[in-house]
Design a protein around this ligand. Structure first.
Ligand code: FMN
Length: 248
């Protein structure tokens, strides 16, 4: 069983590739939380790195998983460049549940947050061509049930961004809002949100709930650029989704 969390499709593309090669079934992490996975002999987790750490929603969902301690558990983190403590946080949560992670690796993908810094994630599509060999190695390792941790030791940056007040402040700066003058209530953001945190209001506008984890999926998928961060509209050409990704 392969569980994924994705905002813009990078982690989904990686998870799909691994699942196709290993024959494992694929499930959004939010759907797996709370379900009994103890019959699974393999559990893989694929999710992105946020602010040198694990997205809060991923942490919360992983904490709800019921995994057999004897299962082969592996993690693949997608990132723009630096994974910080994104794997260590999840390993710790699982360890408290008696589950040991056997294998973890990472893959660099276009940075979907670059849009907010005036850069264009679509200028980083070259990373997609480069990741194929790494992905193949991960598939080979997972198939052979290898044990390895390809992450450096936990670092100061990830430790700092993991402090709840710092994390709230940092991710608060990434959280999108809806411009009601532009929103047409099409609902694309509703179906993209990985934690079902967006609804369409009586006024036919998207309404983002309080559980937002700042994945930016809604911002990148909005056809009217009605979803903005800090009141700044996102130019259409800087909206990004992994090319293989369809609506998730
Ligand atoms: C709020 C936020 C914070 C991010 N922080 C980091 C980071 O610290 N390091 C990094 O390399 N990439 C960072 N990224 C980029 C994502 O990890 C990367 O684009 C990832 O592949 C997105 O996966 P997805 O398409 O499955 O959502 C961040 C993205 C977001 C939205």
């Amino acid at each position: 069983m392969l569980l994924y969390f994705t905002g813009t499709g990078n982690s989904l593309a990686v998870a799909r590739h691994i699942a196709a090669a290993t024959g494992d079934s694929l499930l959004p992490l939010a759907e797996a939380a709370g379900t009994d996975l103890t019959a699974e002999t393999t559990v893989g987790l694929v999710y992105p790195c946020y602010d040198f750490n694990t997205p809060p929603a991923v942490r919360d969902l992983v904490a709800q998983l019921q995994i057999n301690p004897s299962a082969y558990v592996f993690i693949v983190v997608t990132c723009g460049a630096q994974t910080g403590n994104s794997v260590w946080t999840v390993r710790r949560i699982l360890r408290r549940k008696g589950v040991r992670v056997a294998y973890c690796h990472k893959i660099r993908m276009p940075d979907n947050s670059a849009t907010l810094f005036g850069r264009n994630p679509n200028d980083q599509l070259w990373k997609l061509e480069k990741y194929a060999p790494r992905l193949q190695r991960i598939v080979d390792d997972v198939r052979a049930r290898r044990r390895a941790n390809h992450f450096g030791a936990p670092g100061l940056a990830g430790w700092l961004t993991g402090i709840p007040a710092v994390e709230r402040k940092l991710l608060g700066g990434f959280k999108p809002q809806v411009n009601p003058d532009l929103c047409i209530g099409c609902g694309l953001c509703v179906s993209t949100c990985p934690i079902s945190n967006i609804s369409i209001s009586d006024l036919n506008h998207a309404a983002i709930g309080t559980a937002c984890t700042a994945c930016l999926g809604c911002l990148h998928v909005c056809p009217r650029q009605a979803i903005q961060v800090a009141g700044k509209p996102v130019p259409k050409e800087r909206q990004y989704r992994h090319p293989e990704s369809v609506k998730c």
